[in-house]
Ligand binder design. Sequence first.
Ligand code: GLA
Length: 402
Amino acid sequence: MRPRLYAALLLALLSPLATSQNQPAVPPAATPPMGWNSWNWFAEKVTDKDVRQAADLLVSSGMRDAGYVYVNIDDTWEGTRDAKGVLHANEKFPDMKALADYVHSKGLKLGIYSSPGLKTCARFEGSEGHEQQDADLYASWGIDFLKYDLCSLHKEMGVMAPGDKLKQNVIMRDAYMKMHLAIVKAGRPMVYSICQYGHDSSWEWAAEVGGNMWRTTADIDSTFFRIAQIGREQAGLAQYAGPGHWNDPDMLELGNGKLTADENRSHMGLWAMLAAPLLAGNNLTQLSPNVLAVLTNREIIAIDQDRLGRQAERIYAKGPIEIWSRPLADGTVALAIFNFGEDESFLRGFSLHLAASGAANGWNARDVWAGKDLGPINDNYKFTLKRHASLIFTLSRGQAHN
Ligand code: GLA
């Protein structure tokens, strides 16, 4: 046998990813995870029925086929531990294994939530002191994704190492690493989603403790103000993201609150430019045609899921107008122009900064949201952006026009 083939086979056999449950040996989160999460809409009210319904609707709406495969139960599913320390779900989730089987039968994956502290953020049971037991339990249910949320550990760190921020940081990292190792030992691949709100520059260390994605910010809400604020804060973080490990600016708010059609596109477009995990956070029983169309726009999703995995950087920012760009695997460039301001902006005498994006004058532009090829484009392209609106171009070196 050729040595390289032998080594590959050996690695596959030893790899924690090649499990006894016949899971494919594909590293989790090779592209940013996509799916749905219960928190932004249902919060503490979520039930087994809501999760099954979300699974059904992901399929019937076409969202699953567009890539939204994780169905993630957030906080408030937890019940109490029995005499052996085994955690049981509460009365809202009568049979977690049956729920996982149901979700899997739809070609979807099931995610769950816990905390490295004693209590979750909604003050339910956390995993502290029971990490392996919980990881084994999740694996036995068939869980595919774990969001691990700092919550009460934050306070506990302060008690364990009063005034010593450095030591507190070590305690936090160790706690995240502990659960990572427990998941590996449990033997079922799970996307490991680290949630600690971007404290202590999470992007610097979260991949080292096994994170496949990590929150870079405090919680999102369904106002465009907060969405834009979080999006703009992501400038400078591109170097930390890549296949298997992603910056997470929090879950999507499309369909919640009162976002306009322009705001929906800007939210989705910015998250796609950022190679962000796309976890819809809305009530799928009230999915409007506009929200569905924006969430399932194949060309926008293709930007988010581009296999190169290079998150966009901001190449221009003046007042409310910003340009972000990212290179894509096929040699094209995605360029997005946002108007975060409250007024319509007539962009005359404005430059698209094509060279800074890696493109050049004369490259062919496609207006992605419009689904329209525009032909060769130049820096002095003139256009108008309404309040909170954006434009996304893909730019390719033109054969015919060079
Ligand atoms: C924190 C997280 C949220 C959500 C809640 C649940 O606030 O940041 O995303 O998980 O906890 O209690």
